[in-house]
Design a protein around this ligand. Structure first.
Ligand SMILES: C[S@@+](CC[C@H](N)C(=O)[O-])C[C@H]1O[C@@H](n2cnc3c(N)ncnc32)[C@H](O)[C@@H]1O
Length: 169
């Protein structure tokens, strides 16, 4: 996904605006794509465990990418960023619309005038259409995902079971 966003961004903005802030950056895979292409950036995530993996993944670029443990609903930056991203339904992890609004306000204060915010988000319609089981498997992982939507609480529920194939050998 990171490579697609990088390509889209460079086609629409050129390569001069090269600072990125990835919200809910997880293990830093998107930031890695950008760091490999001379971007400077920051990743924000609330989970110390995810950031520990991101730190390993981005070790080669530690001078270019800062990783910060913080809630994306209440962050501030000292200088503005050209590109904001948030992928893999990360913003769906926020508890409610107020939290999403707070996050968007933080982005508004931290983005350059011509900046771009690229994110994906699941909607109730999308979750309802995607309800059911999905299996993903390759040589190293086996993942089973069960999606459902609770009409009463207006909440999507995603249960993910995963196994590293190396554990099975
Ligand atoms: C599905 S993962 C997405 C990771 C990454 N964006 C990717 O594309 O692989 C969701 C991430 O959101 C983070 N997260 C959830 N709520 C958060 C919050 N309020 N502030 C910052 N990070 C949060 C989690 O710790 C997790 O790393």
């Amino acid at each position: 996904m990171g490579k697609g966003i990088l390509k889209y961004y460079e086609q629409s903005n050129g390569t001069n605006n090269n600072t990125i802030l990835d919200l809910c950056c997880g293990t830093g895979t998107l930031l890695l794509n950008f760091a490999e292409n001379s971007y400077q950036g920051m990743g924000i995530d609330i989970s110390a465990d995810m950031l520990a993996v991101a730190k390993e993944n981005l070790d080669e670029y530690r001078d270019k990418v800062k990783l910060v443990e913080r809630d994306v609903t209440e962050f501030e930056v000292t200088s503005k960023y050209d590109l904001f991203t948030s992928t893999a339904d990360a913003l769906n992890h926020l508890p409610d619309l107020n939290a999403l609004e707070s996050c968007f306000k933080c982005v508004k204060d931290a983005i350059t005038n011509e900046g771009l915010f690229i994110f994906d988000i699941n909607t109730p319609g999308g979750i309802t259409r995607g309800e059911g089981m999905a299996l993903f498997e390759n040589e190293s992982v086996f993942v089973l995902r069960n999606e459902s939507f609770e009409q009463l609480n207006n909440k999507g529920i995603s249960i993910v079971y995963g196994m590293l194939v190396s554990d099975l050998n």
